[in-house]
Design a protein around this ligand. Structure first.
Ligand SMILES: O=c1ccn([C@@H]2O[C@H](COP(=O)(O)O)[C@@H](O)[C@H]2O)c(=O)[nH]1
Length: 231
């Protein structure tokens, strides 16, 4: 089985658009991410439909609540058969450990990762909420996540090399904020190109608008995949 590095963010306003994209690509070319917009409108049925088509699905709902609530939500996600699920690391040790324990009790569990600092946030935005510069806060939360026994973190590719050194090669780094050199930044701040992200140590590249809003999404996906082979 192939191991595609690209996770396409299906940030569409309806199930039909997401299914139309999925009909044009194969599970060898990409994994798929269902986030808050699509899940709110299309729900578990859409997730199950994508999995039934053979795709690995990252359910990106970034749970952030008290430990029992997050753990049970992740258990429900596991029941859908998703490949990966996530929580906010800033929910703390007890929340992450409780979730890990609940998932480890299942016959089959998804990868469990934690969001460190959103890739839309820069140093000024973090300072405004009383937090240190991105690299410092990301490393702190990544080390906590690893100590809690989770599989990896969501971070910017700008932090990937530092985190591989700090947390080990097997600790998965899932990096949104990926922008080909000619793409618009949109609302992202801590960005990197696909090739540079892989070179820095990213395991999975989350890419949304540069693919889904391009004139030819399939061609753009193929071009990025080819650039990764060459990298
Ligand atoms: O720190 C984070 C965590 C999650 N995301 C999500 O990834 C995609 C990125 O989409 P683009 O269109 O490529 O910007 C989106 O679904 C976010 O919710 C993130 O960007 N940063």
């Amino acid at each position: 089985m192939s191991d595609p590095r690209i996770v396409v963010a299906l940030d569409y306003p309806d199930a039909a658009s997401a299914l139309a994209f999925a009909a044009r690509v194969t599970p060898d070319q990409c994994r798929l991410k269902v986030g808050k917009e699509l899940f709110t409108v299309a729900g578990p049925q859409l997730v199950e439909a994508l999995i039934a088509r053979g795709f690995d699905v990252f359910l990106d709902l970034k749970f952030h609540d008290i430990p029992n609530t997050v753990a049970q939500a992740c258990k429900m996600a596991a029941g859908l058969g998703v490949w990966m699920v996530n929580v906010h690391a800033s929910g703390g040790r007890k929340m992450m450990e409780t979730t890990r324990d609940v998932l480890e009790g299942l016959p089959q569990r998804p990868l469990l990762i934690a969001v460190t600092v959103l890739t839309s946030m820069d140093a000024a935005q973090l300072a405004e909420i009383g937090l240190p510069e991105p690299a410092v806060q990301v490393e702190r939360l990544a080390r906590l996540t690893r100590d809690c026994g989770l599989d990896g973190v969501v971070c910017s590719a700008q932090e990937a090399a530092m985190l591989k050194a700090a947390c080990g090669r097997d600790f998965k780094l899932v990096t949104p904020g990926i922008r080909p050199a000619d793409a618009a930044l949109d609302d992202q701040s801590r960005v990197m190109t696909p090739q540079a992200a892989i070179a820095a140590g990213s395991d999975y590249l989350v890419i949304g608008r540069p693919i889904t809003q391009s004139a030819d999404p399939l061609a753009t996906l193929q071009t990025i995949n080819q650039s990764l082979e060459a990298a």
